[in-house]
Design a protein around this ligand. Structure first.
Ligand code: NAG
Ligand code: NAG
Ligand code: CA
Ligand code: CA
Length: 204
């Protein structure tokens, strides 16, 4: 016995679906270009976009778009979920449920959230069934140099024996910078500003 229910008939149709994803890429000279990704049914792809922290990125909207070829045969509703959407910080990313266009709505702070992972869904508008397995869009937040280096303590105390040799280690001072690790923005240089008693500099 074999019964072709509406549900498995529907699944047969869906086997042919291909999903298309596009992410906007920006050149150095401010021109935009859509980069396209495609996947076959059931295969996962990861795609990525970037935005800058501390800056209004909304003039670049939409930053990405998702589209399912299932649209040709089915009414499709797009939705997204994740941190920055339905988990705090809420509402940073929104999707147009009809067109699949994804917008950024507010200024982001890399030191709070360096990467957003947006889970994208394409559901049948009437049945609410997933037409595609969910898909992951990663939005990397590009760092700006908005943190100064901070010393770990306000006073460090060292000591040195009298008559020590040149270049004897006296003490180690520690500072950190909250900007992106291993990036120029978090690189620290130290300088001795003054010495008391003044006179010939005794330390380097
Ligand atoms: C600058 O923009 C033009 C289009 O106006 C484009 O063809 C070119 O590749 C861009 N240059 C760079 C370095 O991105
Ligand atoms: C996304 O941004 C574009 C361009 O500003 C705008 O036309 C569109 O309505 C926005 N869509 C949503 C869902 O906010
Ligand atoms: Ca910094
Ligand atoms: Ca930063």
């Amino acid at each position: 016995h074999y019964t072709l229910t509406s549900r498995n008939f529907f699944l047969l149709l869906l086997k042919l679906c291909i999903e298309v994803f596009q992410v906007k890429e920006w050149n150095g000279n401010g021109t935009a270009r859509w980069k396209t990704f495609r996947r076959q049914k059931r295969e996962w792809i990861k795609f990525a976009a970037a935005c800058r922290e501390g800056e209004d990125n909304s003039k670049r909207n939409p930053i990405a778009r998702i589209r399912s070829d299932c649209e040709e045969n089915n009414p499709v509703t797009y939705s997204i979920s994740g941190v920055g959407i339905d988990r705090a910080p809420y509402g940073i990313f929104v999707v147009n449920p009809r067109t699949g266009e994804i917008n950024i709505t507010s200024i982001v702070d890399r030191e709070v959230t360096p990467v957003f992972v947006i889970r994208c869904f394409a559901k049948h508008s009437v049945t609410g069934m997933d037409l595609e397995p969910p898909l992951e869009l990663r939005v990397r937040v590009l760092d700006i140099n908005d943190n100064p280096p901070i010393f770990a303590q306000s006073v460090f105390t060292g000591s040195v024996e009298e008559c020590s040799m040149d270049n004897t280690l006296v003490m180690k001072i520690i500072a950190s910078d909250a900007d992106e690790p291993n990036h120029l923005n978090s690189k620290i240089a130290f300088k001795i500003e003054s010495q008391e008693p003044s006179g010939q500099p005794m330390f380097i």
